[in-house]
Design a protein around this ligand. Structure first.
Ligand code: 13P
Length: 288
């Protein structure tokens, strides 16, 4: 199976009360790790690409071709969506052109009026091409690609205004932040989440900043309407810890342990294991 958009997998997740994991690509090893994880546990998967990753990995077209070719080469049978993460207007357009099957247009930095205008245009374009669209209301805190925002709670009425434009999924701030959570973090705001779902009906909601949220909170968010959970930092840390251990154990100094493929293999395995752990938590295992 080649790339699919995220519509069917999210509709099924919503109906089945589980969530599909969105895992951020960072390099070629992460492509392999996530595809192999999803296939091993028969889970649908969404691969997310930030603007920084797009630049690092050769642009949207290169990444789309790479992922499609890996799907064929590794004989992946589970549904895989390739999704822009926090795309600017320009990045979203470039990814549509480059062959992505799903787009996040993050208009949260604009006024709600301008966010509506731009989202409407992107939705129209994506409809013609069968590409799914995620929009964002209320900036999600933390740091991502140099962009820092404090954790906000979205206004449920604004969420409805964006939902009514025909987006396929909505990221709404409920106190979540990207990256590591501070010790004094107050947790997710479930009242706001419930109010957003009330306003937006059956629309799948997206939980960003999935790293470091206590498991019980993630599960509760899923029962309240979250159908997609984004994870990046925990997989990055798993990769880096395994790589550090390889070097600290002196394995790069033994035999051909210095080759880049050998050096990066433990990180790939650790990323894969972390991805499977998250899929179990989200309940998507066996749902492909
Ligand atoms: P974390 O890095 O906190 O897991 O967040 C990932 C994310 O939300 C990507 O959009």
């Amino acid at each position: 199976m080649g790339l699919v958009n995220a519509k069917e997998m999210l509709t099924k997740a919503k109906a089945g009360h589980y969530a599909v994991g969105h895992f951020n690509l960072n390099n070629m090893e992460s492509v392999r790790a996530f595809l192999l994880a999803a296939e091993e546990v028969k889970s649908p998967i969404i691969l997310g690409v930030s603007g920084g990753t797009a630049k690092y990995m050769g642009g949207y077209k290169t990444i789309a071709h790479m992922v499609e070719d890996f799907i064929e080469y590794l004989q992946i049978t589970v549904p895989v969506a390739l999704h822009v993460d926090h795309g600017t207007y320009e990045e979203a357009l470039a990814a549509i052109e480059g062959g992505f099957s799903s787009i996040m247009f993050d208009g949260s930095k604009y006024s709600i009026e301008e966010n509506v205008e731009k989202t409407k245009y992107i939705v129209g374009l994506c409809r013609e091409k069968g590409i799914t669209v995620e929009a964002e209301v209320g900036a999600i805190g933390g740091e991502e690609d140099g962009h820092i925002a404090m954790g906000e709670c979205a206004d449920p009425k604004e969420c409805k205004a964006i939902a009514d434009l025909g987006v396929d999924m909505l990221a709404a701030g409920i106190g979540n932040i990207h990256g590591k959570y501070p010790a004094d973090w107050k947790g997710l705001n479930f009242d706001v989440l419930a109010a957003i779902q009330q306003e937006t009906g059956e629309l799948p909601l997206v939980l960003h900043g999935g790293s470091g949220i206590p498991d019980e909170m993630v599960k509760k968010a899923i029962t309240l309407g979250v159908s997609k959970v984004n994870v990046n930092t925990e997989c990055q840390i798993a990769f880096t810890e395994a790589t550090r251990k390889y070097i600290e154990d002196g394995k790069d100094l033994t035999g051909k342990g210095f080759t880049p493929r050998a050096l990066l293999a433990p990180g790939l395995e650790a990323t894969k294991a972390k991805c499977i752990e998250k899929m179990e938590l989200f309940g998507s295992v066996g749902k492909a």
